[in-house]
Design a protein around this ligand. Structure first.
Ligand SMILES: [Zn+2]
Length: 102
């Protein structure tokens, strides 16, 4: 018997310039300022699987380029917030943790 999982990823901009953060597959783009740290949370399907990957237990993939970072979220939803817990963005209409099933 599986259960929905929660995965959390911290992202920090340790550079001196703004960094473009893109959350895929929703293509949501945000500018991270230097010294900012954000938290990306995603939830798995009810059976514990990550719908966006065929390779098993991989809730996230991160692709880095010189001035941008792309986070591929392999769960059903994403919740982006700062380290204070204040929401920045989300795509949570399929979020199992909020009782909404796809
Ligand atoms: Zn969720």
């Amino acid at each position: 018997m599986g259960s929905a999982g929660t995965a959390r990823l911290l992202i920090s901009n340790g550079g001196e310039f703004a960094l473009e953060l893109t959350v895929e597959p929703w293509a949501e783009t945000h500018q991270m300022l230097p010294k900012q740290t954000w938290v990306v949370v995603t939830h798995s399907a009810a059976d514990g699987s990550w719908s966006g990957t065929l390779r098993g237990d991989e809730p996230f993939q991160v692709d880095h380029r010189p001035e941008s970072v792309t986070v591929w979220v392999n769960g059903n939803c994403f919740h982006l917030s700062d380290t204070e817990g204040d929401a920045i963005d989300s795509a949570d209409w399929h979020c199992p943790a909020q009782g909404v099933s796809s």
